[in-house]
Write a protein that binds this ligand. Sequence first.
Ligand code: M6R
Length: 607
Amino acid sequence: MCGIIGYAGHRPAVPLIVEGLRRLEYRGYDSAGVATVQNKEIELVRAAGKLAALDEKLARKNVTNSTFGVGHTRWATHGVPVERNAHPHLDHEKNIAMIHNGIIENYQEIKTELLAKGYEFRSDTDSEVLCNLIAEGRKHNPNMLESISWALNQVEGAYAIAVVSIDEPGTVYAARVASPMVMGVGTGENFVASDIPAFLPYTREVVFIEDGELVKITSSSWEVFNVETLEPVEKEIKTINWDVQAAQKGGYKHFMIKEIFEQPKVISDCLAGRVDQAKNEIVLPEVEGMEPPERLHIIACGTSYHAGLWGKYLIEQWAKIPVEVEIASEFRYRDPLLAKGGVALAISQSGETADTLAGIKLAKEKGLSIIGLCNVVGSSVARESDYVMYTQAGPEISVASTKAMCSQLTALMLLALYWGKRKGVIDATTYSRAAQDMRSIPSILETALPAMRSRAQELSREYSEANSFFFLGRGLYFPLALEGALKLKEISYIHAEGYASGEMKHGPIALIDPKFPTFAMALNDELFPKVKSNLVEVQARGGEIIALTNPGVDLDVEHRWSLPEVWGPLNTFIALPALQLFAYETADYLGKDVDQPRNLAKSVTVE
Ligand code: M6R
């Protein structure tokens, strides 16, 4: 949560920082601010609300051309989202400005001590306490580097911070524990930020900052230290291949719709190098060094959890590996029974989700090997894992996850096939059919998407006034039902529940009436007759149904939404975008802020 950026270079810092914040706004957007230093004074501009409010304020102010500074876009943890709680925070003498992503757990005791020393506070935040602790450190230490280290060695919790001070013009300090931070190395300029897109237009040379590291950047230098000892740390510069276009809207109204339409490419990119076309064989160098697990524990949150539930079906069916799928926030506190030598698969788009990271830590303590399935290269999940499989979805900016799930499903399918083959348990026809037909999905989907969008538009207009929705599916489509409901509620704020269709009769069907529509997945598979019976039960109670189905399927419902039929489980890759499009079109029609829904943030780096 929260996006942070620090810049030291040769360009005017404020516009560059604000542009960087725009690319980080998915991380939080309830207030924003920037700070620079000019003539031994800190210039601070902050505004409650989205970045547009900060833009307006900046337009009215005459900010100077200082070439270093810090900026922040906030997702509130301590203190309501008003201007006085917005970052950057200043110490009580206004010599230091600091931005923070994370939570300082022992801030209350530190605040009490600082209050006793005469410090005054202007906000309700834990971050302002840390800023003042650094100021206190400045009294006992010769320079900012040592003051920051002194202060950070007293705090408990999670942080990614960036600091500027009137003492050291042109220098930005940054440090992290359990909150993401990357450094961008440019020519005559250097950057620190929560995520790479913040500085992508300026450099692709990246240094991943680890927990317990403290960074000092100026326009011409960068150094990394151990935060406790201040010993220098050797770091490697990595070149990333993300393209700037991918982090921009490219003519679409919202990132979400752009990312939905990117899914054909995402599937191709995820398959690239992993299917040997000549041999029609799956090759997964990432997990080649490990034996197929005897038992697999999947841990994830939100959409990634739904992907895990879907993966369970295929991994159990094709690779005959028992799989447990757990919501990471439950797993981490449940004292799970984990056999030493087992394997945990952590799924995370961002690779920074706090609960998933805590789940990884627990699994490691219990002696499990970790496979990280994540999108963001060099993220914490990637770094904490023994084996890493990147999903290759490219930057996902919209808070509602779409293409990331598509890439996770592709990767899970590959794992199921790969392990099934290595164990010699998958039926040869299924293996070759899946390996073969997967490659045709991108072009089928690409062709189908425009018509799917039109159908989603029609249906969204008809049902935009519904207060509640059921999403139903069986088998592989049960996790999709959960995902369809999550998408609709998170961006349109319409109440929606996902259920296994067979569960309706055990209680939920009591809610059905003509104003409570059902969105069903009734695709042409072996479970279709069962789904059909469940839908007849809904209709008998006056419920209206939208059904995702295939041409020629015998189904009499209010709204058929016929999708091109492909082989077996691959139908998932056509059904998923239909659910996403329905949620998108409904939210857009209702005028909701699709890419930045209320109360949410893209990376949930707090508990
Ligand atoms: O980055 P992660 O995949 O770990 O994120 C997990 C969830 O926070 C995320 O999927 C969330 O549920 C999205 N808002 C769903 O659209």
